[in-house]
Ligand binder design. Structure first.
Ligand SMILES: Cc1cc2nc3c(=O)[nH]c(=O)nc-3n(C[C@H](O)[C@H](O)[C@H](O)COP(=O)(O)O)c2cc1C
Length: 194
């Protein structure tokens, strides 16, 4: 199995990275092929809304996006993680999500769409981190990742929120959250094996 973890944080040793590693623990123990990427390492231009992807699954902008989509195409499971920046995902993650407009098509009307991966049996877990202790201060970070994953046709297995984590590494002290993250990773593998 190929597991792809996509991190919206540029802090390589940050809280999102640690949370993703906890979700990946079961896959690592089962010796599945794991790749964790930081979106900040890729050149992702902003979606221009040109509609050049209507009628195809490809984006017309030529940058590192195609490489990322190749990784998504190859993955059996995808983990999406982002810190909260101003009540939502980071700009790296938002740019990536916007460009994934090419992963949905509207064959009949604008109210109904199909996701590229909807019959692929790919599974997904989403994860989000924020500094404040109240979930409302996370804004739509986790719901955006989850709604996006479902829209492109991934089967969402679970979501993990880590609150009250400001400085890089703080989430290591949140044992309950890390246990929940490991459980989400185990459930993800079980869904893959079904
Ligand atoms: C530009 C910026 C905006 C932020 N906005 C919020 C916010 O709206 N709510 C919140 O609770 N934390 C906010 N934070 C705190 C981060 O979500 C927090 O530090 C998180 O642990 C960073 O994750 P990382 O270590 O994976 O990079 C913000 C941090 C930055 C740098």
């Amino acid at each position: 199995m190929k597991i792809l973890a996509i991190n919206g944080s540029r802090r390589k040793q940050g809280n999102t990275s640690i949370l993703l590693q906890s979700i990946l623990k079961a896959a690592d123990q089962a010796q599945h092929a794991i790749e964790m990427i930081s979106l900040g390492d890729y050149r992702i231009e902003a979606c221009t809304g040109c509609e050049g992807c209507s009628g195809s699954w490809d984006c017309v902008i030529k940058d590192d996006y195609a490489e990322l989509i190749h990784k998504l195409d190859q993955a059996d499971a995808v983990i999406l993680g982002s810190p909260t920046y101003w009540y939502t995902v980071t700009s790296d993650m938002k740019r990536f999500i916007d460009r994934c407009y090419s992963l949905i098509q509207y064959p009949h009307n604008r109210q109904q769409w199909i996701g590229k991966y909807q019959d692929s049996h790919k599974v997904c877990v989403t994860a989000a981190v924020c500094e404040q202790p109240e979930e409302s201060m996370m804004g739509n970070t986790l719901t955006l990742l989850s709604d996006f994953s479902r829209d492109i046709g991934l089967q969402l297995i679970d979501s993990v929120a880590a609150l009250h984590c400001f400085e890089a590494g703080r989430v290591r002290g949140e044992t309950t959250v890390l246990e929940k993250a490991e459980q989400a990773g185990t459930m993800m593998l079980q869904a893959l094996e079904r």
